[in-house]
Write a protein that binds this ligand. Sequence first.
Ligand code: SAH
Length: 397
Amino acid sequence: MMTVKQVTIEEAFEKSIRNGSPLLYKDSLRGIKGLHEGQVIDVKNNAGKFIGRGYYAIQNKGIGWILTTNPQEAIDYSFFEGKIKAANNRRAALYHDNETTAFRLFNGEGDGIGGFTVDKYDQYLLIQWYSKGIYEYKEWIIKALDTHVEFKGIYEKKRFDTNGTYVEGDDFTFGEPGEFPIMVKESGMNFAVDLNEGAMTGIFLDQREVRKTIRDKYAQGKDVLNTFSYTGAFSVAAAIGGSKSTTSVDLANRSRAKTSLNFEYNDISLTDQKIVVEDVFHYFKYAVKKQLAFDMVILDPPSFARSKKHTFSAAKDYANLLKEAISITKQSGVIVASTNCSTFDMKKFKQFIHEAFGKQKDRYTILEEFGLPEDFANIRHLKESNYLKVVFIKKLK
Ligand code: SAH
């Protein structure tokens, strides 16, 4: 039987838990001195009333998670197994989709246990651990996955430190090791994935609907510029959708080979696909000078990035980035503005869009919007977990 420690929650934070947000914020608890990572805690209010049971763990987002508000429910193997089994069952539609073999299987708090996620990449699983506390439960989590999910092997990313930064290492952890890159399918498109090569895997699974939308509704006959292109996944979607040309811009050297490989995996000739290894801000200046103009410009920058000349912070600089994009987008062209920055919401993002078009003296209309897809189950009230914002914007005369 696991010992349970008693802690008290400050009044100001009690409400957010009552409202269904399981995150325990930094400075929200008293009585945490001497607690170890992973310790099961009973959270009480100032009057001594039971608020919830959870675990203590220091991570980027806080100091732990509530797991249940039922005082009778124990945090044991069957608790973990139940959540994992239920999450797996909820993905039935994706399992039955023959065109898609990569998706999120377990999305932390959205599936009932904050602190880790599990992605399925064809026959391999990837677990991302966001604290040492949740890592204490690794054995249970793998056992539950082994019981309820079919797979060959499991890889892991430890994102333990308080910034959520990836800890380098061999990431193979259970079952049979894979030979990478493997090919995964998404909406009938092929993408290369490597689960043992640093923090990223080759594809961001939360953009599945956006890639499909670009392919099915916007790409036909268009000249497409894909900035911060990484492995070129949006460019591949555009090319399959019949684009006239794609230009993929990313400053990382790795992007060239990885983008070519993704085109190859889809039998797309490289003739009309340009891959430019360069700082996006530099490329914009070049494009203006050369009077280049695109029918579609895709913007998907990291929330924060430092290059030799620039520090980019989405919260501060997105409007300026958009301005540059607008200036090289044709009239009636479409800008796909995406951000995974959790420090501002859709409302604020639309203000950035409004501001950028205002400064450029161009009119616009919003065509469609995307957030996280269903497999990235999340808690509506918890804005930290509902980070993705994608807006399709048409530039008007
Ligand atoms: N849009 C991509 C994901 C982008 S990840 C996709 O859908 O898969 C962020 C990428 O931005 C990384 O590949 C990084 O190398 C690149 N990057 C960061 N700062 C940059 C800059 N100033 N210019 C060009 N690329 C940049």
